[in-house]
Ligand binder design. Structure first.
Ligand code: PEP
Ligand code: MG
Length: 595
């Protein structure tokens, strides 16, 4: 199981260690203390040189806290008695001591609570550097049950044989969920108390189609799921028959259907289903699986290997959008109360020009031989867009001066994922070659509803009338300006929305490769006139509930007969292969029963 350390914004894994592992964990703690002290002494020395002796003394208190027996004893006790891994034990021990210090009368001790926090962060950083196993030790066929999970952790689950993921918090459009979906891991989010209810060794069925999980289910339920599994395979067979068919509506209108990818494996999956290209390459996943900033050459190789799969079709490479729910362990960012609205996307890159410059050089070099485009994330208006374009011009000039070739007319696009960009779309259109609408963020900012935590699931709803009105406006304005516009948010990957989106004016989508054939099917069974009628009706509705009912009704009439009920949170059913003798409660986050 994993939990998230909110303060440091890095994942602090919580896992049960075996008796045999405890000593090794304690040794890691001692090594981290030594390493943290060396680092602290270096900082102290540089402060002494630049600021003076008195200021440097401040660090003496932190060194003392690092060596504090109380801290060591608390960590030891948690490792030994609760069998916690050392990172989780450090986090917990620091929390306990901070509480204790915070309650003391003496202001000196109360101030030490802040030092303790710093000391804890340093220790966790060193533990991370010393090969922090931030991915739980997973067994082939297991289901991970966790309170929260970061995208960087999910990224490392690839190829580990994880059969399912159950997260107590999380959101359907959080990057961790998007990535889990692209890895084909059935994922349930917002399952309260999952970590308390499910124990190691339980037999768990994760039904990501219906959004339910069963713990140690009875034989009848197991039989039903074997049947559902078989039905799904039939459905997948039907979809495979669409690979070589054109993506056109049933009245002959062509729709461009590209793939959203994060890793090279996704590009292969996209190529296998004959995507029309990559509409969104989230390069942050290239960075998330590293422990250092990839160099220009490393990036070039990554991007090249990815674009290669889709050639000659275009790969739209989005420059780095880290921050928020995609922190990099090797790139400490300031603590923010609202990171999703803080230092991320293009504003972070503009503040770190060398980071942007390196990435742009890698992409531009690739443009010499491959069809690639640059996509700018989280643009909030004209000034940011122009600043980013100026950075592209600088990178071009440098390459030209060095005699390196690149595509001088490389297409440049802007993500439309902030309400400000959406409102300014007609002006932005004069500055870019294309738009990509990121509804995951756009919905979050338009409705002031968190896409990550999802504590209030009902407030984050892409079928909110304000979202629908805005999407209609975007499609109309872009068409009027002659600027290609594509939709790459998760709603494009949900076949029940396809008809509405076509009716609103979209003719290009970028979807997760695993859903591409479902969407192709939905497109091929939709007629433009029919879709426009639906959109016209929906645009007159001002209640989310009414819109949902109307869209669901349309989908129910068109859903492929072979398809089990597919909902956006769908991937497939997974069965954890170990059996536990005890019977545990059912965890169910939605109404309805299987029987
Ligand atoms: C979006 O916001 O819709 C989007 C596609 O970008 P991301 O999900 O990577 O934030
Ligand atoms: Mg986004």
């Amino acid at each position: 199981m994993l939990c998230d350390c909110a303060r440091t914004q890095t994942a602090v894994p919580l896992r049960q260690v075996s008796a045999a592992e405890v000593q090794a964990e304690l040794k890691r703690f001692d090594a981290a203390v030594l390493a943290a002290e060396v680092k602290l002494r270096e900082v102290q020395e540089s402060v002494r040189r630049t600021l003076g002796k008195d200021e440097a003394e401040i660090f003496e208190a932190q060194v003392l806290l690092l060596r504090d027996v109380q801290l060591r004893d608390a960590v030891r006790a948690l490792c030994l008695e609760k069998r916690m891994n050392v990172e989780a034990a450090v986090e917990e021990a620091i929390k306990q001591l901070m509480d204790l210090f915070g309650r003391l009368e003496d202001p000196y001790f109360r101030e030490r609570a802040t030092d303790l926090y710093d000391v804890g962060r340093r220790l966790l950083d060193h533990l991370a550097e010393s090969g922090l196993p931030d991915v739980p030790v997973v067994h082939e066929g297991c289901v991970i049950v966790t309170s929260e999970i970061l995208a960087s952790v999910v990224a490392r689950l690839e190829g580990q044989g994880v059969r399912g993921l159950i997260v107590e918090k999380g959101g359907l459009t959080a990057h961790a969920t998007i990535l889990a979906r692209s890895l084909g891991i059935p994922t349930l989010v917002q399952v309260p108390e999952a970590t308390a209810k499910i124990r190691a060794g339980d037999l768990v069925i994760v039904d990501a189609l219906a959004g339910r999980a069963f713990i140690n289910p009875q034989a009848e339920i197991l039989r039903k799921y074997d049947q559902l599994d078989a039905n799904l395979k039939v459905h997948q067979g039907v979809l495979k028959g669409l690979i070589d068919l054109p993506t056109v509506t049933h009245d002959g209108v062509e729709i461009k259907l590209c793939a959203n990818i994060g890793q090279t494996a996704d590009a292969l999956a996209a190529a296998n289903v004959k995507a029309d290209g990559v509409g969104l390459y989230r390069t942050e996943f290239v960075f998330l699986v590293q422990d250092h900033f990839p160099s220009e050459d490393e990036q070039y190789q990554f991007y090249r290997a990815t674009a290669e799969h889709l050639q000659p079709a275009q790969t739209v490479i989005r420059v780095l959008d880290v921050g928020s729910d995609k922190p990099l362990s090797y790139f400490p960012l300031p603590r923010e109360a609202n990171p999703a609205m803080g230092f991320r996307g293009i504003r972070l890159l503009l503040a770190h020009p060398s980071l942007l410059h390196t990435q742009l050089r890698a992409i531009l070099r690739l443009s010499a031989t491959h069809s690639v485009a640059i996509l700018l994330p989280m643009i909030d208006g004209i000034d940011e867009l122009r600043a980013a374009k100026a950075a592209i011009e600088r990178a071009k000039a440098e390459l030209a001066a060095a005699g390196l070739s690149f595509n001088h007319r490389i297409p440049i696009g802007a993500m439309i994922e902030t309400p400000s960009a959406a409102l300014l779309v007609r002006y932005l259109a004069d500055e870019v070659d294309f738009f990509s609408v990121g509804t995951n963020d756009l919905v979050q900012f338009l409705l002031a509803a968190d896409r990550i935590r999802g504590e209030m699931p009902s407030t984050y709803d892409p079928l909110h009338p304000a979202v629908i009105q805005l999407l209609a406006k975007l499609a109309t304005v872009a068409r009027g300006k002659g600027t290609p516009i594509s939709l790459c948010g998760e709603i494009a990957s949900d076949p029940s929305y396809t008809s509405l989106l076509i009716g609103l004016g979209f003719r290009s989508f970028s979807v997760s490769p695993g859903r591409l054939l479902d969407i192709k099917h939905a497109i091929r069974t939709t007629g433009v006139q029919q879709a426009e009628n639906l959109a016209e009706e929906v645009l007159l509705l001002c209640s989310t509930r009414d819109i949902k009912a109307r869209v669901q009704d349309d989908w129910n009439r068109r859903r492929p007969v072979s398809s089990p009920e597919i909902v956006p949170r769908c991937s497939y059913v997974a069965r954890f292969s170990e059996r536990h003798p005890e019977f545990a409660d059912l965890v169910d986050r939605r109404d309805g029963d299987l029987n």
